[in-house]
Ligand binder design. Structure first.
Ligand code: GTP
Ligand code: MG
Length: 650
């Protein structure tokens, strides 16, 4: 067992001359790779510290409260809660593990004084473990390690702990950091132990360690208020609420507060550099988390994580301060977006059937709102007033935004994600990913082959105790777009893929995206079993019979390269009654389900995904057959042009 350093590790954010400490409070974040059990562990902490009412029925992973979070089984937004352990209140921030939401983790780390790093006892450290740990180390936060899921049949806790030590060394940890305490946990059962040979009984050992190892918040008495806004939430009664940790000073109900900031760029690109804006307001609501509830409070002091209403236009990165003596903290700086897509008004002939938010004005207002509350998304104008350039850190992050919008009633058309290039010393650079693929050994051949075609370089290959192979590649982000689906097909659903941004590197050369062409409807009408039956011999049909189609809509994937214009509405000429009964015997292969993510991955640069509250359709950018004929053969030019444009604007 590792010995615990004292609880007095230096606090990074403390200003010189700090004089006071709050011993009744600790602020920490739980970080890990996706699915390693963060939210489940928070459940157990809440249960064991009496945070639920007697007989209260609580869903599993209660912190994953968003609709999409529950459906996808992942955490998307960081959320704070608190539990009482003896005399100490522990503020705990649950963070998302998926790489696309890394911005949430980065911001969260500004609120806390330590991190609890969870590592799956079977999977070991994965790319996002490395990412979150490197961010915690950059902020010099003390780390407590929990090897979780020790109940798994394939758990190999000791080996995994060795791998964690290796990771710390790899990231250049100093002696103090590498001296981290270790716990072995079963988050599902709610147990923790410091010694693997002694089964845990509850989470007490973990909570004790967290209290001991997290520095208590320090502050300067009489310092004016400073609260860095790291999150936003909304409440029907009080409106927008700023969430953050009080660095210095106190905040009270009814108090005058202010925000001073350099003006941000609007979606229309309007900005006056250097101009500052001051927002003034009064605290109209002040709450803090207790378990899964928000408690109204009259006053809060340093170290507390609170939600504050009263500044309707406050945004993430602002500092809420005292109007008499405003002292803003440095603004947040986050990793840059690496991908962009266009979001446009739906121009398909079927537009307006499902949704009620259709205009470019509504689209712009919605995107403006997103930027305000989501600092890792950027929105820029394009040449067309009907289309916006939306930038983020990954396909899933952008897909989640699109999904939210369609649920709100929007119809839109989106492009395939393109990477953002940049130039350094006159040379074009592009973003890279570190990709870990976990597969049974039979699939090494096909996976290596397709990744090589996508410009991936094998960095490392290891075999697990159970025979699965883990391959680590470095590859351009561009090569990875669209690969996830293909990998699942190639490994018959058995492969796992994890990715993490690795910053910019040299342009890797042309990468082929999709080698197959598509079948495009040459007219408007309703698809018909007879028409589809004749087409399915040479293609995978993406629609079934009886669906509305329009000219330029993609109805199938060609088995060969090149697009084909087809008539899916074709009916058999009725020459006599018997033919009709024969028709009913036509066997159509059911179309594969089209999800938003799979559609975005599938399309090429000259295609779009049409998204409405009820449907996802694929289409050509140019709908008319005539326009496309004129344009045919220019697909590659188009893609290259788009990439060149990205290099200039990016
Ligand atoms: N066997 C076992 N399963 C666990 C344990 N902890 C969590 N799980 C399971 O692992 C899955 C993922 O758990 P989550 O708590 O959602 O993981 P997470 O780290 O919050 O995931 P993200 O927030 O999406 O990164 C769930 O199916 C849990 O039931 C454990 O100790 N043992
Ligand atoms: Mg979670």
């Amino acid at each position: 067992m590792t010995t615990l350093p004292g609880p007095t590790a230096p606090l990074q954010h403390s200003a010189p001359g700090s004089a006071a400490t709050r011993h009744d409070l600790r602020d920490l974040a739980i970080v890990a790779h996706v699915d390693h059990g963060k939210t489940t562990l928070v459940d157990a902490m809440l249960r064991q510290t009496g945070s639920f009412r007697v007989n209260q029925i609580v869903a599993d992973r209660v912190m994953d409260s968003g609709d999409l979070e529950r459906e996808k089984g992942i955490t998307i937004l960081a959320k704070s809660t608190s539990v009482q352990h003896g005399e100490v209140k522990l503020n705990i921030v649950d963070t998302p593990g998926h790489a696309d939401f890394g911005g949430e983790v980065e911001r969260t780390l500004l609120m806390v004084d330590s991190v609890l790093l969870l590592v799956d006892a079977a999977e070991g450290p994965l790319p996002q473990t490395r990412y979150v740990l490197s961010k915690a180390m950059a902020r010099h936060l003390p780390v407590v390690v929990a090897i979780n899921k020790i109940d798994r049949a394939d758990a190999r806790s000791e080996e995994v702990l060795d791998a964690v030590y290796e990771l710390f060394m790899d990231l250049g940890a100093d002696d103090r950091q590498i001296d981290f305490p270790v716990l072995y946990t079963n988050a599902k059962a709610g147990t923790a132990t410091t010694d693997l040979s002694v089964p845990g009984e509850d989470l007490r050992p973990l909570l004790d360690t967290l209290v001991q190892h997290t520095p208590a918040p320090t502050f300067e008495p009489d310092h004016p208020l400073q609260l860095l806004v790291t999150n936003l939430s909304a409440n029907d009664y009080v409106g927008r609420m700023a969430v953050g940790r009080i660095r210095q000073g106190k905040i009270r109900m009814g108090q005058r507060i202010t925000v001073v900031r350099e003006e941000a760029e609007g979606v229309d690109g309007s900005v006056e550099p250097g101009r500052t804006v001051t927002l003034n307001g009064t605290v109209t609501s002040l709450t803090t988390a207790r378990g899964i509830e928000q408690d109204d409070i009259r006053e809060a002091g340093p170290g507390e994580i609170v939600s504050v209403a009263g500044l309707p236009e406050v945004t993430i990165g602002d500092t809420i301060t005292d109007p008499v003596d405003p002292r803003p903290l440095p603004r947040l700086e986050l990793d840059e977006p690496t991908l962009r897509m266009t979001f446009g008004v739906n121009t398909s002939p079927l537009s307006g059937r499902d949704g009620n938010l259709l205009t470019s004005r509504q689209l712009k207002a919605r995107l403006d709102r997103e930027v305000l509350g989501n600092v890792s998304i950027e929105v820029r104008p394009t040449e067309s007033p009907e289309t916006f350039d939306v930038r983020g850190r990954g396909e899933l992050q952008l897909a989640v935004l699109i999904e939210q919008m369609r649920r709100e009633g929007f119809e839109l058309q989106v492009s395939r994600p393109e990477v953002l290039l940049r130039t350094l010393d006159g040379k074009v650079q592009e973003p890279y990913e570190r990709v870990t693929i976990d597969i049974p050994p039979d699939f090494i051949g096909p996976v290596s082959q397709s990744l090589a075609a996508r410009k991936a370089r094998l960095e490392q290959m290891t075999t697990d105790a159970d025979g699965r192979v883990r391959m680590e590649f470095l590859m351009p982000t561009r090569g990875l777009v669209g690969y996830r689906g293909q990998m699942l097909t190639e490994t018959r659903g058995t492969g796992l893929l994890h990715q993490i941004g690795e910053g910019y590197g040299p342009w890797a050369g042309e990468v082929d995206h999709r080698t197959s062409g598509v079948l495009v409807s040459d007219r408007t009408g309703v698809s018909n079993a007879y028409g589809l039956f004749n087409l399915q011999e040479r293609a995978t049909m993406l629609i079934g019979a009886g669906e509305e189609v329009y000219e330029g809509m993609i109805v199938g994937e060609n088995t060969r390269p090149g697009d084909m214009d087809v008539n899916p509405t074709k009916e058999k000429k009725l020459t006599n009654i018997r033919t009709h009964s024969h028709d009913e015997g036509l066997r159509l292969t059911p179309p594969p389900p089209i999800t938003l993510e799979s559609a975005i991955e599938f399309i090429s640069a000259d295609e779009l995904v049409e998204v409405t509250p009820k449907s996802i359709r694929l289409r050509k950018r140019l709908l008319s057959l005539h326009d496309r004929r004129r344009d045919r053969g220019k697909d590659d030019d188009l893609r290259r042009a788009a990439e060149r444009e990205a290099a200039v604007t990016g």
